[in-house]
Design a protein around this ligand. Structure first.
Ligand SMILES: [Zn+2]
Length: 557
């Protein structure tokens, strides 16, 4: 590798600086100096290809959480950890952490919604046209009958001085909210507020939430597509608490429904503000609308088949060498599951998930190998393959809430989800990077390979809230996700991946993959891990950061 000598001098400087200014004992210091002189990285494209080929093989059936294919993938990762000599970091001295998952399928025929005006006139609501009812993970069967209160977007954002529930009493009622979130709020914070709409309603005593299609939500993912693509027939999942119930942030909600624009127009007939006016206001900056009780009483019935499946997270550890820092753990994570078998009638129905996320796991394994081949860093590094990311970041949520090391010892999470390994990347995207001191560390590690950090190309999507690292954020832990960037062919690489292969059977090994890019990504990952694990200061949120304040994370002064 042509950059090895540059790297070695860089790491030596970092490590020596660390020795001078911290309370490392003499013996640890000399060990660390020895590490600097023998530091060597030799990423292997062949190893990346081998791991990806195994994980993305048809034999693994798309690695859906709870399936045999997933379990084979987990056994593979554990066997590789063992070969590398990583310390088991699961439960009971193994590499595995059991994750019980509850799974719910809707009984489509049993779902019903009945609405009538307060004056008794029945509103003619048609299933599949005006409304749709999905599965419930908490209630095998439920019927909710209550008045309907319209709460605008249903967003509560104290920082913005916004409370869409102000002046409303929703206790014992059904809350109607506009789908998605209003414009004019920082996009990552906005995505976070959007993810809490059910909780806000539940916290205020509501019994159900119905989501109303807007002009924007129709453009992004329409009610029509929801029906045509059978999305509501897919399993909903959550993880099981020790008492046997499904984990939920909105335990008060007993039902829900999705309402099309046509259905909403029927419900808003005779409302204080017309549906057309509400739709216009919803699209304006801030999306503020009047809120009011609708002159409607509604009954929502749903029935779900609920069962339980067993899955696992896989965890291995390289223990740190610095007596003062070794208890601190940097978690490198990647999700091991994918979305299983497609329900289309095409020839190839196996979603192999080569880039999503066999690529992330392959680079994680290769980074573990390279790290293990060098003298260990000062802090400990955990390599974590999680289950059920595709079901709602569940394996990572289970781990972050029930970690196999003391939670206060986890000082950072660096997550790898779907590096697009189809081009020779020259920059990376660090989602959430500017929020913590992780960014300068990552910048430094990337510079050792002449790799730069590019801007978030999808700010409107709030990606920072949408992969496994966010479950660590919710526990206050500084976290980022690192992806390949848009420079040097990246933009079209991403475009092609999203347009043609993302969450489709063609995300497979026949795709135009660049295993050298995979090797470089693994090297970058290793450098980042060494840099963060060897620096004097633990990673901290930047003072005043929104998510640090939200989740009580440690901040800079
Ligand atoms: Zn995915």
């Amino acid at each position: 590798m042509k950059l090895t000598s540059i790297l070695m001098s860089g790491v030596a400087i970092a490590i020596l600086a660390g020795c001078n200014s911290s309370n490392v004992s003499n013996s640890a210091a000399s060990k660390v100096s020895a590490a600097a002189s023998s530091f060597n990285l030799d990423p292997s494209a062949a190893a990346i290809e081998k791991h990806m080929a195994f994980l993305a093989d048809d034999a693994l059936q798309g690695r859906e959480a709870g399936s045999q294919g997933y379990d084979k993938a987990a056994d593979y990762v554990a066997a590789e950890f063992e070969k590398l000599g990583l310390k088991p970091a699961g439960q009971d001295g193994t590499y595995f952490q059991n994750v019980r998952l509850k799974r719910a399928y809707r009984d489509a025929g049993a779902g019903a919604l009945f609405a009538q005006k307060t004056n008794g006139v029945v509103i003619d609501m048609e299933n599949g046209k005006d409304f749709a009812i999905g599965a419930s993970i908490s209630n095998g069967q439920s019927t909710v009958s209550a008045p309907v209160v319209f709460a605008g977007y249903g967003v509560v954002a104290p920082k913005e001085g916004r409370d869409d529930y102000a002046g409303l009493d929703v206790k014992g009622k059904i809350v109607a909210t506009l789908a998605r979130t209003p414009s004019g709020i920082q996009t990552e914070e906005r995505a976070f507020y959007g993810s809490r709409k059910g909780k806000e309603a539940s916290d205020r005593g509501a019994l159900a939430v119905i989501s109303l299609e807007t002009k924007t939500s129709e453009k992004v993912f329409s009610f029509d597509r929801l029906i045509k693509e059978g999305r509501l027939d897919a399993a909903r999942m959550s993880w099981v608490r020790p008492d046997g119930g499904a984990f939920s942030r909105a335990p008060g909600l007993k039902g829900g429904a999705t309402i099309s624009r046509a259905g909403a127009a029927k419900l808003f007939k005779d409302a204080p503000t017309s549906w057309d006016e509400i739709l216009e206001m919803a699209e304006k900056e801030g999306g503020v609308t009047p809120t009011f009780e609708l002159p409607v009483k509604m009954t929502i019935t749903q029935k779900s088949k609920i069962d339980e499946v067993q899955s696992v997270n896989v965890a291995g550890m390289i223990e740190g060498t610095d007596p003062a820092l070794k208890d601190e753990v940097i978690v490198l994570s990647a999700h091991l599951d994918h979305i299983g078998i497609a329900t289309t009638d095409e020839d190839d129905v196996i979603n192999n998930g080569a880039l999503d996320n066999a690529a992330g796991i392959a680079t994680l394994l290769e980074a573990a190998r390279m790290m293990q081949a060098n003298t260990p860093p000062r802090r400990s590094v955990m390599f974590l393959a999680v289950t059920a990311e595709e079901k709602g970041l569940l394996g990572s949520q289970y781990f972050a809430k029930n970690p196999t090391v003391p939670k206060e010892n986890i000082v950072a999470n660096i997550n790898l989800d779907m590096p697009v390994l189809t081009y020779d990347f020259t920059d990376i995207i660090v989602f959430g990077g500017t929020r913590s001191t992780l960014e300068p560390a990552i910048k430094k590690a990337a510079a050792e390979m002449d790799i730069t950090i590019g801007p978030d190309p999808f700010p409107e999507q709030g990606i920072f809230t949408r992969s496994d690292h966010f479950r660590f954020v919710e526990e206050g832990i500084p976290s980022v996700m690192v992806s390949t960037g848009f420079a040097n062919g990246g933009e079209s690489g991403w475009e092609v991946h999203f347009a043609e292969h993302y969450h489709r059977p063609s995300d497979d090994m026949k795709n135009n993959l660049d295993f050298n890019a995979g090797a470089r990504f693994a090297e970058l990952k290793t450098r980042i891990a060494f840099t963060v694990a060897n620096q004097d200061e633990r990673p901290l949120w930047k003072k005043g950061d929104f998510f640090a304040k939200q989740f009580n994370g440690p901040m800079t002064d």
